[in-house]
Design a protein around this ligand. Structure first.
Ligand code: BES
Ligand code: ZN
Length: 626
């Protein structure tokens, strides 16, 4: 059989001190350094524990951004005009989330005129930023905030030309999920609030601006770039990128943007995108966002992919040359149903975004690349989860997690992804696809453009699946998935004949019965290699690593995922040949999944830790603020 990968084919110091500043107050010079951290003031003004917004009283329904991008000052400067819907007729205050924003003035619309509005900014909380309160005694329906971001904005990364492929132009991109939109737009930064937006953005000549909106590849940007996002989205899907970018169509409604030097490779790698959209539509109904484009970012992007509506942001490390890692595109595309269309109402329910998406990703992959490939991905996901939860506190092994007082970036794990997908797979297996597929499609249809919690899912599950099929899936089983740690008894482990064959060869190799050169590695897909490496002991013998390297040249692999798995073993075993390529990997790549565990592995020995610190010093200027 041919290898699968071939088939797959600030605010000032004064202001920070909770001062109340009316627009008439004298201007104060901006502080040169970030203000000191205040003691933790937990968000308590609204229903989302990770947002200060009082969206139970007043909601933002539309935003108009007018921003200038300055690479010299590393800031976005301009204004955000917000349309408000008052829910509580007694309320007189709008509370927004901000972090490190330098606020100039705030105005409210009175008739056709803009009038000053009083506002105050609370001390900065290390996790949640500064609560911004705007006094609106007459319940204005529009407010305008003039502001600029600060260079240290957690949601933006500013890159020097040298940190790009072309090395000629600077680059900037946002990463708003989970709670970083507040560092570049004063907003109700909670997934419970959805709003439409438009934007006018000016940038230095020669650079293209893209947003999570109606990008026009033909636009020259003269007079600035204009955007409109007519579908209501939560703040974490606000996105912007600026750089020297070229466009290639991938079909009638799909395309890819990348730096000129990477556009060819990107277009080849992602040529299955249109088939993926069709596969998803066949299963879950019409793609509702118009175009689906991809943007390949510089390697410092801290994630694999980000499902910004209409324009997925992706790491260049997904370009393996053989389409073997494009399940990532299936994943981000799947978010067009699970996440962007039906959105978790708070980060406690993150599994509703990522678990559903991981399940849908696998269904798309099955259609486009075949059942065998999809099964391999299931086994890798399940094995990965079993391994990973050994190191996760019991409370965080539940699908529904406690998030109060926690920074979502610090609670990130594979549980919402892999355990969430496993629950849906279990339901699929119990009820059969003829019942489960329409059930899931109905979930997306009935909750489209809404923000939902686990309770909504449980209610829908009961009324649409469990009650109609009594005795098939008990509440106790459901509770085990949602609220208990570990892998529930009802989980059926997926099987893959190809990965079982890899297991057999690995066992022989470890027992000394099969030489490295006699392994079928030349035919293995990326997934088979990841399974082979994942099943080796943490620290194989140096002789084993040498033999594998001699046969398959793993130290020189161009596949970043395989390199990661290989370097982990290499560090644990003290295998010297990886030293230089490991350093290059850590200095070039900022994707957390491919970097953090390598530092952790290095830090296990005193010499390794010294090396980790040495490399980190070199790499740090290139890493994203996250
Ligand atoms: N939405 C996530 C990325 C994310 C999650 C950013 C939480 C910030 C906070 C995205 O869809 C994702 O899951 N990306 C994965 C891709 C993978 C599972 C194929 C990644 O980046 O590794
Ligand atoms: Zn995702």
């Amino acid at each position: 059989m041919r290898p699968i990968h071939l088939l797959l084919v600030p605010c000032t110091l004064l202001m920070l001190a909770a001062c109340s500043k009316s627009p008439e107050a004298p201007a104060v010079a901006p502080a040169a350094t970030p203000a000191p951290e205040a003691s933790t003031t937990m968000p308590s003004s609204g229903p989302d524990p990770q947002s200060y917004a009082n969206y139970d009283k007043v909601r933002v329904s539309d935003a108009v951004l007018d921003l200038d991008v300055s690479f010299e000052r590393r800031e976005l400067a301009g204004s955000a005009e917000l349309a408000l819907e008052w829910i509580d007729s007694a309320a007189t205050e709008l509370i927004l989330d901000t972090r490190d924003l330098e606020i100039g003035k705030v105005e409210r619309k009175v008739g056709e005129n803009w009038q000053p509005a009083k506002f105050s900014l609370a001390p900065r909380d290390a996790k949640f930023g500064s609560k911004m309160s705007i006094e609106l005694p007459d319940r204005a329906t529009r407010v305008r905030i003039s502001y600029h971001s600060r260079p240290e904005a957690t949601g933006l990364q500013w890159l020097e030309p040298a940190q790009t492929l072309g090395r000629d132009h600077p680059f900037m991109f946002s990463q708003s999920q989970a709670i970083h939109a507040r560092s570049w737009v004063p907003i109700q930064d909670t997934p419970a609030v959805r709003f439409t937006y438009s934007a006018h953005v000016t940038a230095p000549p020669g650079l293209r601006v893209l947003m999570s909106a109606d990008n026009d590849a033909a636009s020259t940007g003269e007079g600035g770039y204009n955007f409109r996002m007519p579908q209501a989205i939560p703040s974490y899907l606000l996105a912007i990128a600026v750089g020297d970018l070229e466009f290639r169509p991938l079909g009638t409604r799909a395309g890819v943007y990348a730096e000129p030097g990477r556009i060819e490779a990107a277009a080849n790698e992602f040529s299955d995108t249109e088939s993926m959209i069709k596969a998803a539509e066949e299963l879950y109904g019409e793609y509702r966002w118009g175009r689906y484009d991809l943007l390949v970012l510089p390697p410092s992007f801290p994630f694999g992919g980000m499902e910004n509506p209409r324009i997925t942001f992706a790491t260049p490390t997904v370009i393996a040359g053989d389409k073997s890692l494009t399940a990532l595109v299936a994943h981000e595309l799947a978010h067009s149903w699970s996440g962007n269309l039906v959105t978790n109402s708070g980060w406690k329910h993150f599994w509703l975004n990522e678990g559903f998406t991981s399940y849908v990703e696998n269904r798309i992959v099955e259609v486009v690349y075949g059942a065998e490939f999809a099964q391999m991905e299931q086994v890798l996901s399940q094995d990965g989860l079993i391994e990973e939860i050994k190191d996760i506190p019991a409370a965080d092994q539940r699908l529904v997690v406690d998030v109060i007082g926690r920074d979502p970036d610090e609670t990130f794990s594979g549980v919402p992804y892999n355990k969430g997908a496993w629950l849906l797979l279990t339901l699929e297996q119990r009820f059969g696809r003829e019942v489960f597929d329409p059930f899931l499609r109905g979930w997306f249809d009935q909750h489209a453009f809404k923000s939902v919690g686990t309770d909504d899912f449980v209610a829908y599950l009961k009324s649409e699946l469990l009650d109609n099929n009594p005795g098939k899936f008990s509440e106790t089983e459901l509770d085990a998935w949602l609220n208990q740690p570990g892998i529930p008894d009802s989980a059926v482990h997926s099987k893959s004949a190809r990965l079982a064959a890899v297991d057999a060869q690995r066992a022989e190799f470890q027992d000394g019965k099969r030489a490295a050169s006699a392994l079928d590695g030349k035919q293995w897909s990326t997934q088979e290699w990841l399974h082979f490496l994942g099943g080796l002991p943490d620290a194989p013998s140096i002789a084993q690593l040498e033999a594998l390297d001699a046969a398959f040249d793993l130290t020189a692999t161009g596949n970043a995922e395989i390199a990661f798995a290989w370097f982990k073993h290499g560090i644990a075993s003290g295998y010297a040949p990886i030293k230089a390529p490991l350093e290059k990997h850590l200095v070039t790549i900022g994707r957390r999944k491919l970097v953090v565990a390598l530092y952790e592995e290095l830090a296990k020995t005193p010499e390794g830790k010294a090396e980790a610190i040495r490399i980190f010093r070199i790499a740090e200027p290139g890493y994203h603020p996250l």
